[in-house]
Ligand binder design. Structure first.
Ligand SMILES: Cc1ncc(COP(=O)(O)O)c(C=O)c1O
Length: 357
């Protein structure tokens, strides 16, 4: 068999590394674990796994509709938001069409676009966040979609509501704007985008969210798209019939109602963020202000070597080499105890790994 020619330089996704017994702060998972209500719900549903799931995820869509204040026909569930990306590309890209995103962001936008023969294009980040002005300027006749990640993985920067709306006003109606809000539930900034308010006015806006992060359900693979009824109908055409399993659907619905867990997760993150800001300031390391549950820091050392030294000390973090930042690392914000352990490992690595510039 021969792999399609245009895919031959692509490599399989390399996830945040796991080392057995190590504290994993490399994949932006919830340090508190899953929502307890979600756990209860999935245990209760376990006896039904001999039957197919509800392909329309009716109960979960109803719950999301109430919480988001958006009609059910504007919501589509995916096997993680990763799948939503491939549905979007599958529905809209023709070979040779292009997409635009930032040069330092989540890799799966590029993956989805290339899978369907699209041509990914990039504009530089500005101060760790998407530069919407540059993005709008880069749109041409063959641009079918743009991907905006806010808060951005791996930098944590965000776009303001005002800037997002100005951008949406500029983007041609024929270009889909995919706003990835995987980490939006952690955001604290007063001017952070309220995207649900914009959907009615901009029918080419699609918002993506996930249950993998603040709801602590990464292993269950549940993400969703919120968009115009027309876009949702298009995505449903390319979706597999049973793309989200029953356990994922019931756990996600229960997690959505677990406001105590949600608020605790935000609080732990808020406190952890202060911990890391103080630590990096004391260590004289530059970091990007973040609205997410991770923080990117300029360690000024080979990030693979820092990763290895920290892994030896029992903590895995994410070296940002694959994002093109070879002397930066990204740390998932953990509990107080986890942050302290991670800081110790980082200090050890800073002492042993040679300084670059
Ligand atoms: C920005 C961003 N979008 C989407 C995803 C994928 O999330 P899911 O687990 O829902 O596929 C991630 C996961 O790390 C992410 O960082």
């Amino acid at each position: 068999m021969e792999l399609r020619e245009d895919l031959r330089d692509m490599k399989p996704y390399a996830p945040g590394k796991k080392k057995s017994g190590a504290l994993k702060l490399s994949s932006n998972e919830n340090p508190l674990g899953p929502s307890p209500l979600a756990l209860e719900a999935l245990v209760a549903a376990a006896a039904t796994v001999h039957t197919y799931p509800d392909g329309a995820a009716t109960a979960l869509r109803e719950a999301l509709s109430v919480q988001l204040g958006v009609p059910e026909d504007q919501i589509l569930l995916g096997n993680g938001s990763d799948e939503v990306l491939t549905l979007i590309a599958g529905a809209y890209l023709r070979p040779g069409d292009n997409s635009i995103t930032a040069n330092v962001t989540f890799s799966e936008y590029t993956f989805a676009v290339r899978l369907f023969g699209g041509v990914p294009r990039y504009v530089p980040l500005k101060d760790g966040a998407f530069d919407l002005e540059a993005l709008a300027n880069a749109i041409d006749d063959r641009t079918r979609m743009v991907f905006v990640c806010s808060p951005n993985n791996p930098t944590g920067g965000y776009v303001t509501h005002k800037n997002l709306e100005s951008f949406l006003r500029r983007v041609p109606a024929s270009v889909l704007v995919v706003l990835d809000e995987a980490y939006a539930q952690y955001a604290e900034a007063a001017d952070f985008h309220q995207s649900m308010q914009l959907l009615g006015r901009y029918p080419n806006l699609l918002v993506m969210r996930t249950f993998s992060k603040i709801y602590g359900l990464a292993a269950l693979r549940v993400g969703y798209a919120v968009a115009s009824p027309e876009i949702i109908r298009h995505l449903a055409v390319v979706k597999q019939p049973f793309n989200v399993g029953t356990l994922g659907q019931v756990a996600a619905k229960a997690a959505l109602g677990d406001t105590a867990f949600y608020e605790r997760s935000r609080q732990v993150n808020r406190e952890g963020l202060v911990f890391w800001q103080q630590a990096f300031t004391r260590l004289g390391l530059f970091f990007y202000p973040t609205q997410a549950n991770f923080i990117a820091v300029h360690v000024r050392r080979d990030s693979q070597a820092v990763f290895a030294a920290m892994a030896d000390a029992g903590v895995t973090i994410r070296p940002l080499t694959s994002f093109g930042l070879s002397d930066w690392i990204r740390i998932t914000i953990g509990t107080r105890e986890q942050n302290e352990l991670c800081l110790k490992a980082l200090e050890g690595a800073l002492d042993t790994v040679p300084f670059i510039r």
